[in-house]
Design a protein around this ligand. Structure first.
Ligand SMILES: [Zn+2]
Length: 157
């Protein structure tokens, strides 16, 4: 799969995920109007932190942006996109503001934990991750990851 095909795949999954989150009442359509960006610019920083993807706020446009490692395989990308989609929606809603070394969640400052920390998905330590873990499951149910798997089978990679 080429780089462009991976970006297209991510755009498709993120768009479906946003539709699912609007349908379930997690985010309002007008909050999604600004859209989102997809970038592989931070691949080095991601792999240094042991991550395949991350959501942030684009410095120049102020839009929610999903950074990803283009070395990931298509199935891995689909999986992480349903998780990062929740963070993009949290950013669009104004709940989640990732910054350098810390996070603002609903106006409260939290220190970001390492991906291997046992409290990573804890409601008390990283409530944005706790919420994302819950919502991503709903998204996967709603968008039917099976149909995406079938679509991937038809792509040469
Ligand atoms: Zn996360």
């Amino acid at each position: 799969m080429t780089f462009e095909e991976k970006v297209d795949l991510l755009r498709g999954v993120l768009t479906k995920s946003f539709q699912a989150m609007v349908d379930m009442g997690f985010v309002r359509l007008d909050e999604c109007k600004g859209g989102f960006a997809i970038s592989a610019d931070k691949a080095k920083e991601l792999s240094a932190r042991g991550l395949g993807a991350a959501a942030s706020i684009d410095d120049s446009s102020g839009k929610p942006v999903m950074y990803f490692d283009p070395g990931m395989d298509p199935k891995g990308l689909v999986w992480v996109a349903t998780h990062e989609a929740v963070h993009l929606a949290q950013i669009a809603k104004g709940d989640f503001e990732p910054s350098f070394g810390y996070v603002l969640w609903k106006g409260q400052r939290f220190e970001g934990l390492d991906a291997s920390d046992p409290n990573y998905f804890s409601k008390d330590h990283q409530p944005w991750e706790h919420e994302a873990a819950k919502i991503e499951k709903e998204i996967r149910k709603q968008i039917g990851l099976g149909s995406i798997d079938a679509a991937l089978e038809s792509v040469d990679h």
